[in-house]
Design a protein around this ligand. Structure first.
Ligand code: B1M
Length: 211
């Protein structure tokens, strides 16, 4: 019998790295889809952490500990999310915008895109608009993906889209996402695509390259 997904959610929310890794492995071994483990087991754990932080029940160190547990589990899941041996036809550049250090969602999107057969160039976190521009010129991606988790870094997303749009050397579609980002904001700043989660990020990206 596979362990209940609730146990995994509780383990990641409690920042129990070893338990999180063990339960993730057990669920994988039971044949559960890796995407289900992420969406129904791990992500709800981070939502619990976010809620507790908002209510001042926990502080940054506890968030960091939970994030480490989540990252450990994602490392186990990555090979299963990423399809091996597919020759990438399209290139995507991804990063978290300037001022923002959150990378779990961005990493997850990157893994899903790799799994969908895209070559992924990951610029990391706290990425300046000029760095996105340089990368877009250098790698000639079909898509540039921007992630933002803070309301305070949404202006950096806007600025990055503007800079990319102004360049006549960039012919990439721009896709945005992250907890505070809405379809309305995405449209307002001139992005070509928006996705709310990792699953739809694949569909949206596939739609953008096919267009
Ligand atoms: Co921070 N943090 N954090 N944090 N943190 C949030 C985002 C917050 C909502 C918590 C809260 O108050 N409830 C809040 C933001 C409030 C706001 O702006 N409205 C917050 C805050 C305030 C802060 C600090 C300012 C705290 C402080 O220092 N006082 C600080 C900022 C540091 C900085 O960035 N400059 C900070 C720091 C941190 C840690 C470093 C401790 C840690 C991050 C560790 C890491 O990423 N390596 C952390 C964490 C863990 C969180 C929460 C708890 C979890 C984030 C996460 O990983 N979620 C978060 C609360 C929450 O989200 N509920 C919170 C899981 C992840 C899979 O989801 O990243 O949303 P997410 O990605 C999703 C979608 O958004 C989407 O798909 C992903 C998969 O489904 N998506 C895309 C994301 N990017 C996309 C791109 C796309 C498409 C879809 O296309 C390109």
């Amino acid at each position: 019998m596979p362990p209940p997904l609730n146990d995994l959610t509780a383990a990641v929310a409690a920042g129990k790295r070893k338990d999180t890794a063990r339960l993730t492995q057990e669920l994988l071994d039971s044949g559960m889809e890796p995407q289900k483990i992420v969406e129904d087991g791990l992500v709800p754990g981070m939502a619990i952490i976010g809620e507790k932080f908002k209510n001042n029940e926990i502080f940054v160190p506890e968030m960091l500990i939970a994030a480490r547990s989540m990252k450990g589990a994602l490392a186990l899941l990555e090979p299963h999310l990423v399809e091996a041996g597919v020759k990438p036809e399209y290139t995507v550049v991804i990063g978290t915008v300037q001022g923002d250090l959150h990378d779990i969602g961005k990493n997850l999107i990157g893994m899903m895109w790799k799994g969908a057969g895209f070559e992924v160039v990951d610029l990391g976190t706290n990425v300046a608009p000029e760095t996105y521009l340089q990368a877009a010129i250098e790698h000639k991606p079909q898509i540039v993906g921007l992630s933002a988790l803070l309301t305070t870094t949404m202006p950096a997303m806007r600025e990055t889209v503007k800079l990319l749009r102004e360049s006549d050397q960039v012919d990439a579609k721009i896709m945005v996402g992250g907890a505070p980002i809405t379809p309305t904001f995405a449209e307002e700043i001139g992005a070509d695509g928006y996705a709310a989660d990792a699953g739809s990020a694949v569909e949206v990206a596939q739609g953008l390259v096919a267009a």
